[in-house]
Design a protein around this ligand. Structure first.
Ligand SMILES: C[S@@+](CC[C@H](N)C(=O)[O-])C[C@H]1O[C@@H](n2cnc3c(N)ncnc32)[C@H](O)[C@@H]1O
Length: 364
């Protein structure tokens, strides 16, 4: 099914209503409208093909007219051996100048595969239902659809990331979702990472990625790219996939080549760990706790390393330890400085550090 056919599902917004809406609220509402490119979806999803056979996939933040997730799964339905594909399209309550979510009616779509043998998802093969509510992923209607799903795959609104992930965990769903690297240091998300209930996907490990934005997106000309068809794209830094589905690369060992020396790896004064400022420099012969950058998660193999905790920046005191295992929690006399990491008598003001250690200590 092409996207033009899908545009017929649309109901246009009331233009007067659009004009009357304030610019600032429009900008605020707009921040969540980023459309993932098909090439990025393909690069990640090819690592999970074995998980999809006979499964129901739900894209619950996806307007099928613009969502490449819906495109990927509807065209790949037979190849992946899916049982069912469901999507729900959110009707933004604050219809405004910059909203792409200008549908008057939220809808759900259901696709059960090709019926007429042309291997293409035709419009008449897709069941479209009007929703009573606005299609919010937290609504009762969406939750009923979530219950039917085995795997949820989408790019959820970043502003609701914590809540979004918590709902998936509460309903015990498998998922592959795209978000921001920084979310890994959120208290709730980090707790899931530490417990090995969620991890980074394999296809994005550095750099930025381009996302489509609505035509009216409020940007100056220097900050976006127009493609040959006049569609707008912006680059977003620090993007990562978050998943709880397994893939082969997650079990590959990180090859270590450096050896430990106290000169090269300073010890924190107030916690028994060494500072390792680059993941590739993790010493092969150190068995204790180490502070590494968050991007360590790109290389994290749970059979090789255990995550003990995470530190956080504290404006007054440098680094603050946010999560420890109970046994590791250090006792600081001064509550204001609780958890601050010190090296050579100074509170270190650097990026957050993950505290890790090897699962299998060296024998030497
Ligand atoms: C980052 S965009 C990604 C869109 C699409 N999944 C994609 O990758 O192309 C997030 C989408 O979630 C929608 N959205 C915002 N709040 C939502 C909510 N509470 N429930 C469901 N969808 C929501 C937005 O309208 C937006 O289209």
């Amino acid at each position: 099914m092409d996207k033009l056919a899908l545009k017929n599902i649309d109901n246009s917004a009331n233009q007067d209503e659009i004009k009357n809406t304030g610019l600032n609220s429009a900008r605020a509402a707009k921040k969540d409208e980023f459309y993932t490119q098909l090439s990025d979806i393909e690069k990640e999803l090819r690592h999970y093909a074995q998980h999809f056979k006979g499964k129901t996939v739900y894209c619950n933040c996806d307007d099928p007219r613009v969502s490449n997730f819906f495109h990927y799964f509807s065209y790949g339905f037979e190849h992946l051996g899916l049982k069912k594909l469901i999507a729900t399209c959110y009707k933004n309550q604050s219809v405004d100048l910059f909203s792409a979510s200008d549908v008057e009616q939220a809808i759900s779509l259901e696709y059960n595969g090709d019926k007429n043998g042309n291997k293409i998802p035709d419009l008449e093969e897709i069941g479209i239902k009007k929703l009573k509510g606005d299609g919010d992923f937290r609504s009762e209607e969406s939750i009923e659809l979530l219950k039917q799903a085995d795997i949820v795959v989408t790019n959820p609104p970043f502003s609701l990331f914590r809540e979004y992930v918590q709902q998936l965990i509460d309903y015990d769903k498998k998922f592959i979702i795209i978000g921001n690297l920084n979310a890994a240091s959120y208290k709730e998300i980090f707790a899931l990472i530490k417990a090995n209930k969620i991890w980074f996907g394999p296809s994005i490990k550095s750099g930025d990625r381009e996302f489509g934005v609505p035509d009216e997106y409020p940007l100056n000309a220097a900050s976006f790219r127009l493609d040959a068809d006049g569609r707008k794209f912006i680059r977003v830094k620090g993007v990562r996939w978050f998943t709880n589905l397994d893939f082969r690369e997650r079990h590959e060992e990180l090859i270590l080549y450096k050896t430990y020396s106290p000169e090269e790896y300073p010890t924190y004064d107030n916690y028994d760990a060494i500072e390792v400022s680059k993941t590739k420099d993790i010493p092969l012969d150190y068995n204790g706790a180490m502070g590494v950058p968050i991007t360590f998660l790109d290389k994290y193999n749970p059979e090789q390393f255990e995550i003990l905790g995470i530190t956080d920046r504290d404006n007054n005191s440098g680094l603050k330890i946010r999560e420890y295992t109970v046994n590791d929690t250090p006792d600081y006399g001064n509550l204001n400085r609780r958890g601050a990491i010190k090296v050579d008598g100074k509170y270190k003001s650097t990026y957050a550090r993950l505290l890790i250690k090897k699962v299998n200590p060296n024998e030497n």
